[in-house]
Design a protein. Structure first.
Length: 185
């Protein structure tokens, strides 16, 4: 692997999904303008972090993958010639939801997805209420710039995920994460 320049988009989010998507797109454009070849968005970037409460209304935030958000980001990836790693709330079927990351190559093609396997459930992180553990296994994605592995947030506390993904050929590992300030702060 030759050198690769990575951009990370960390942003505040609102309750407006379309505004968050546009803000993420603007962040990708800014990172690309600074030379980034692979841009990783934060975990669940299209909404406020909703897993701090158990509320059935939040299931309305989920979307299919591929779907509207990945379609919009695919256009941006193609336009800018960058790889985009996008963490989304996936609605796989009625009653079946995942915390999923889609990988879009620099030509805009959808390379696939990884579903978060390790789901936390403790105060302020009620993710088991929303997400079914991933069933796709660990994966690597051969992008234009590098072979990458994508895991999600809590997966970082389980070293076998990084080890297996590296042994599968990942040259760079990405962990989109939403850990930050508590919503009360």
């Amino acid at each position: 692997m030759s050198k690769v320049k990575v951009g990370l988009v960390q942003m505040s989010c609102s309750a407006d999904k379309s505004a968050n998507l546009q803000k993420a797109i603007d962040g990708v454009k800014d990172a690309a303008a600074k030379g980034a070849q692979i841009v990783c968005l934060q975990e669940l970037f299209t909404s406020l972090y909703f897993c701090d409460v158990e509320d059935y209304d939040n299931f309305k935030l989920a979307e299919p993958i591929p779907g509207a958000s990945t379609d919009a980001l695919s256009e941006v990836a193609k336009e800018l010639g960058v790889v985009i790693i996008a963490s989304l709330f996936e609605k796989r079927a009625e009653g079946l939801y995942h915390n999923t990351t889609a990988v879009l190559d620099a030509d805009g093609s959808y390379l696939g997805k990884y579903r978060k396997m390790h789901i936390p459930d403790d105060p302020a992180y009620y993710e088991k209420f929303y997400f079914t553990p991933g069933d796709l296994g660990y994966k690597v994605f051969k992008t234009k710039f590098a072979t990458i592995g994508v895991l999600i947030c809590w997966d970082q506390w389980y070293p076998e995920a990084a080890r297996i993904t590296s042994l599968m050929g990942a040259q760079v590992l990405f962990y989109p994460t939403a850990i930050g300030w508590a919503t009360s702060q």
